[in-house]
Design a binder for this molecule. Structure first.
Ligand code: CUA
Length: 316
């Protein structure tokens, strides 16, 4: 996967900090060039010459001292104002109702070691690691954590916000361009922290609505004998202790919801592309693919691996 792109903002929130970065970089560069040039000019012009005695000593000059105190203070004051403005743009307040309660979020993202649970509360959809967003619409996300502190960072959409156990945070994001934006956990949270990737895909509102309706459906029934065998195995084995599949008896919320697993692009929070072959590799030994992951190696037989992967990949 390509590295997380930091310099291509596509949302008002990310543009606010992007513009601020450009302004601060420009001012910093100007100061750097000025200081270097001034130093070079003076080092050459006033260099020591043979026969020259001790140079003239200056003991304090009020105007100069005022200038080099007030100029940086003025620059910092301007930056302070710009920072306050861009913080307000990047992080508009979450309006509270008269009751003082925060509004219902559009999406709830919960950090887990080491994956993201993504819930769309309105239709009651659970998915993982792949956010779907309607283009151009501000979306309120509630951030929670089930274990340790994580941090959600989608650099093209906005800055980082922590997911803290026992403390609810909110963030606004608004993707103004269609596309898929890569993000990741940016707070060290344990062994597989680096494999806690997330994507946000922005699609037109109609396509988003269709996606949400489709995700709200219970899981499809297997269409092949092998997949049917996989469905049976899934319910008989310990899979159901951690995973949920809508429309079946599997209801656990320890690991990712697999109701529409086959419709996701990656597995293991971005560690592998979601293909049947990769899923088989994963099922044979998850620890080898993503060291530290909570899913143990169940030492499945080859036929069980094939049946389970056929079933899960069929869950579109
Ligand atoms: Cu979650 Cu780092």
């Amino acid at each position: 996967m390509s590295p997380v792109p930091v310099f291509d903002p596509v949302s008002p929130q990310a543009l606010a900090s992007g513009h601020l970065l450009v302004v601060i970089l420009a001012i910093g560069c100007l100061i750097f060039i000025f200081v270097c040039a001034w130093l070079a000019i003076n080092a050459i012009r006033f260099r020591a010459r043979p026969g020259q005695g001790e140079p003239y000593q200056e003991y304090g000059r009020r105007n100069l001292e005022l200038a080099w105190t007030l100029t940086p203070a003025a620059i910092l004051a301007v930056l302070f104002v710009l920072v306050v403005i861009s913080v307000q743009q990047a992080d508009p307040p979450v309006a509270t109702a008269s009751s003082g309660d925060p509004p219902a979020p559009d999406i709830v993202v919960t950090g887990n070691q080491w994956w993201w649970e993504i819930q769309y509360p309105a239709p009651g959809v659970y998915t993982a690691n792949e956010l779907e967003l309607p283009i151009g619409k501000p979306v309120l996300i509630r951030l929670e954590s089930d274990d340790v502190i994580h941090s959600l960072w989608l650099p093209q959409l906005r800055g980082k916000t922590d997911l803290i156990p026992g403390q609810t945070n909110y963030m606004w994001i608004q993707a103004d361009r269609p596309g898929t934006y890569l993000g990741q956990c940016s707070e060290y949270c344990g062994t597989a922290h680096a494999w806690m990737l997330i994507t946000a895909t922005a699609v037109p509102q109609a396509q988003f609505d269709a996606w949400l309706r489709q995700q709200a459906q219970p899981a499809s029934t297997p269409t092949t004998a092998e997949a049917a065998q996989g469905a049976k195995l899934f319910q008989q084995m310990t899979c159901v202790n951690c995973h949920a599949i809508g429309g079946t008896d599997a209801k656990a919320r320890i690991g990712p919801d697999l109701t529409h697993f086959g419709s996701r692009k990656t597995l293991g929070s971005g560690v592998l592309e979601n293909t049947q072959q990769n899923l088989e590799t994963w099922l044979r030994d998850p620890q080898a693919v993503k060291p530290g992951v909570n899913m143990p190696n169940f030492h499945l037989t080859d036929s069980d691996v094939r049946a389970l992967s056929a079933y899960l990949e069929g869950l579109k």
